[in-house]
Design a protein around this ligand. Structure first.
Ligand code: HEC
Ligand code: HEC
Ligand code: HEC
Length: 473
């Protein structure tokens, strides 16, 4: 056979994507299309696989180098490490004994088969919006399309009082409304599809919406940007200066598909992973819908910037000067010249023909907060794009805190905002350290104590009102 029809090729592409997310299915057609009411099992498995990709279940439920969905990925929380569990259909170590109702409850209410509450590190406050049909497809996929792995994941044990899983019941009462996606009136089909994908499955808000003192998403600042510990999930609201209101729909789609938004941003860290595992594998129509919805969310201001981070960017012209005058002395410029220029060029404009990208008009470089730039230098960047994996080395070992600070300052002031404040060694050290448990645990305990009080008051108020209503009725 010498010619391959486009539909066969597309099917092959989707099959590859399925294989990558651990699907063992070998069914003939694939795609995101809604199946007929009486869908056969193979179709359901494929649809479930696509939904699992859109929801990026693999990201949290797969350990580095481990089997897909076998769990064991540590998720850092301010109160300790929460281990993701094995969600393969293994009856010994996974969810092989889950009924569909139990599976639905785990996804939407954050309750395990044994009745214990899950920590909200599992994004059930988003998944609660998933429709019954889609839960059914997901369940079929996890039971029939995923290979069982009989290896249990490490157990989570948080310090008292966070080890009391039942305390999540109170939290859920306040913060999980347990409601399916409701379509607002007067919106186009494309917008509704985008809203459903974004809010229910792709859980962009899990990372991009700041959290309140009780670790719940602050709806009043939806998509307004949030710290993930080390990385900063940028403001992606429609604010033209602090958010991405100035990005065109096409630019946003390009970013979600490839992690490259020319003239705007690159993706590294957790966003690069979300793109590589999940978003890059969605259909163009679905990415278009997500972008349309994201562009429609309310603007959230924040920070003191007077122009968008991506607006900054002038090529450097000081290589000759560096070479001539700073002999022997380490400066940001010499560090850049020695460690970065071979790929990104002395001018910062990057290599032609698919090499290292330009650092001009890149949000992480132009942003007031230097965090993501420092993280890219410390951790490097890895893009697992299947055709051309790209890698920037990590410099955490080669460079000390002072050097990273000097380098980041140089990169910011040269390729970004010339008036950007100096990055300090202490800022770099803070991003190197693992999340400090000590003081934060104390703080969180005080927070939880306060939460319990608030809760009791709320409950008391509800019951007294309930009682009164009953009495008057
Ligand atoms: C952001 C990270 C994250 C994502 C994404 C995620 N999960 Fe989870 N999930 C977790 C963590 C962490 C736990 C364990 C929480 C705990 O022990 O309290 C968990 C637990 C579960 C459980 C309970 C298993 C058990 O009995 O212990 C199920 C079922 C589950 N996830 C299914 C899914 C499915 C299906 C998806 C995709 C639709 C998904 N998860 C996506 C983090 C995640
Ligand atoms: C696992 C956490 C996570 C999830 C889920 C996530 N993001 Fe991100 N996102 C980030 C981080 C971290 C960055 C910063 C990346 C960088 O600077 O290299 C980012 C950057 C971005 C940017 C670039 C903004 C700028 O100004 O540079 C856009 C746009 C974006 N995300 C959109 C989305 C959308 C839309 C979704 C859901 C479909 C999503 N993200 C899901 C963590 C996440
Ligand atoms: C071996 C080549 C190479 C070297 C050396 C290198 N980079 Fe990179 N850099 C890359 C690649 C590749 C990417 C990501 C490309 C992509 O997204 O496709 C990248 C991405 C970046 C980004 C974008 C991160 C984001 O979140 O937006 C920044 C900033 C950056 N590099 C700065 C530096 C600095 C500073 C140095 C010197 C310490 C450096 N790079 C050294 C190849 C390199």
């Amino acid at each position: 056979m010498t010619t391959v029809s486009p539909s066969l090729r597309r099917a092959a592409g989707v099959m590859l994507a399925l294989a990558l997310v651990g699907a063992a299915s070998a069914a003939p057609n694939a795609g995101p299309a809604t199946p007929p009411a009486a869908a056969d099992e193979a179709t359901l498995v494929q649809r479930g696989a696509y939904l699992a990709t859109a929801a990026d279940c693999v990201a949290c439920h797969t350990a580095a180098g481990g089997k897909s969905y076998a769990g064991g990925n540590p998720i850092a929380s301010p109160v300790g490490t929460i281990w993701s569990t094995n969600i393969t259909p293994s009856r010994l170590a996974g969810i092989g004994n889950y009924t569909e109702a139990q599976f639905a409850r785990a996804l939407r209410e954050g309750v395990r088969a044994d009745g214990a509450n899950l920590y909200p590190a599992m994004p059930y406050t988003s998944y609660t919006r998933i429709s019954d049909d889609d839960v059914h497809a997901l369940y079929t996929y996890f039971m029939k399309g995923v290979a069982p792995v009989d290896l249990p994941a490490p157990r989570t044990s948080l310090p008292f009082p966070f080890d009391i899983r039942a305390s999540m019941k109170g939290w859920n009462l306040l913060f999980n409304n347990d409601k399916r996606f409701e379509a607002p009136a007067g919106k186009s089909d494309q917008w509704l599809r985008g809203a459903y994908l974004t809010e229910a499955l792709a859980h962009c808000a899990t990372c991009h919406t700041p959290r309140n003192a009780l670790m719940a998403e602050d709806e009043s600042r939806a998509y307004g940007g949030a710290s993930l510990g080390k990385w900063y999930a940028s403001n992606i609201s429609s604010d033209p200066v602090h958010g991405i209101g100035g990005w065109s729909q096409e630019t946003l789609v390009a970013y979600l598909k490839t992690g490259h938004a020319p003239g705007h941003a690159l993706a590294a860290g957790p966003m690069a992973e979300a793109i590589d595992h999940s978003l890059s594998k969605l259909s163009d129509a679905d990415l278009d819908a997500i972008a349309m919805y994201i562009k429609s969310v309310a603007p959230v201001a924040g920070g003191t910037a007077s122009q968008p981070a991506y607006a900054f960017g002038k090529p450097a012209t000081d290589e000759a000067r560096i070479r001539g005058t700073t002999m022997g002395k380490t400066t940001g410029a010499t560090l850049y010249s020695g460690n970065c220029a071979s790929c990104h060029q002395a001018s910062g404009t990057g290599a032609a023909l698919g090499g290292a990208p330009s650092l001009l008009h890149v949000s992480a470089v132009g942003r007031d907060d230097p965090g993501n730039l420092v993280m890219a230098i410390l951790d490097g960047v890895y893009r697992s794009d299947k055709d051309t994996p790209r890698r920037m080395p990590a410099f955490a070992r080669e460079l000390d805190n002072d050097e990273v600070a000097m380098l980041a300052t140089y990169v910011r002031q040269t390729f970004g905002n010339p008036a950007a404040p100096v990055v300090t060694a202490a800022q770099v050290q803070a991003l190197r350290e693992p999340a400090q448990p000590g003081p934060i645990v104390t703080y969180a305990r005080i927070g939880l104590g306060a939460a319990v009080v608030v809760l009791l008051v709320l409950l008391g108020w509800r019951f007294s009102r309930f009682g009164r209503r009953r009495r008057t009725a």
